[in-house]
Design a protein around this ligand. Structure first.
Ligand code: PGA
Length: 252
């Protein structure tokens, strides 16, 4: 049975003290009212070690938002997968559309990052999704299919078991425009079909596919109710404990 997951992506928000406060608040909220799904928070690098201590022994998993495409060495300002892992984090987001668009992350760079993350024992939340012009041209399947094939199709089935997919239509990220539950389900079913085509039905059945893009307490339940939607990757609404908890509770 594949996992239901709600993951937060803090992006470049919250200073260290604010991040510690949010993680502490979330820990208390989920201790009082146990979630019905896996919960992960993905934070800037600077928060990882402290937040790892806060969430240790709780239901909350921890992830980074990126890692380097090089193993180690003279790459000033970069953070390696091994360094992320050493903080106590178990996950890393890779391929987020903001990384692709603003930092030039190509499919081949992402392939390196995925390999290094997996080799260092991290689970990868791999993001895919089309931009508005691609959707308007009816090219969303082509685009997302290529993103999957170009970065993930050389993995083994065993490696794939440590990948979580996040379908994030770029036009829905931070815009307040959510994909309709039907649009999300269409894409998620297509994505699961691509995975089945390359890795077989069992792998496709087992992989969790999260929806991301303006997911909120008010729309999460309807989206998560779709058969191929296994949870959400949450940006803005992950920055307030009550909103994030409201989305987690959509699984109840
Ligand atoms: P959003 O971001 O929830 O703020 O739209 C989602 C994401 O980019 O992961």
């Amino acid at each position: 049975m594949r996992k239901k997951i709600v993951a937060g992506n803090w992006k470049m928000n919250l200073n260290l003290q604010e991040g510690v406060a949010l993680a502490t608040e979330l820990k208390a909220a989920l201790a009082e009212d146990k979630p019905n799904c896996d919960v992960v928070i993905c934070t800037p690098f600077i928060h990882l070690a402290k937040v790892a201590d806060i969430v240790a022994g709780t239901v909350i998993g921890l992830g980074a938002e990126n890692c380097a495409d090089k193993e180690k060495g003279a790459y000033t300002g970069e953070v390696s997968a091994a360094q992320v892992k050493s903080t106590g984090a178990q996950y890393v987001i890779l391929g987020h559309s903001e990384r692709r668009a603003y930092y030039g992350e190509t499919a081949s760079i992402l392939k390196e990052k995925v390999n290094l993350a997996l080799a260092n024992g991290l689970k990868v939340i791999f993001c895919i999704g089309e931009v508005l012009e691609e959707r308007e041209a009816g090219k969303q399947n082509e685009v997302v299919g290529a993103q999957l094939a170009d970065s993930l199709f050389d993995l083994t089935e065993d490696q794939l078991s440590n990948i979580i997919l996040a379908y994030e239509p770029v036009w829905a990220i931070g815009t307040g425009k959510t994909a309709s539950a039907e649009q999300a389900e269409d894409m998620h079913a297509f994505i699961r079909g691509c995975i089945a085509g390359r890795f077989g039905d069992a792998a496709a059945e087992n992989i969790s596919i999260l929806y991301g893009g303006s997911c909120k307490p008010g729309n999460a339940k309807e989206i998560f109710a779709k058969p191929d939607v296994d949870g959400g990757l949450i940006g803005g609404a992950a920055l307030k404990c009550a909103d994030f908890k409201g989305i987690i509770d959509a699984w109840k």
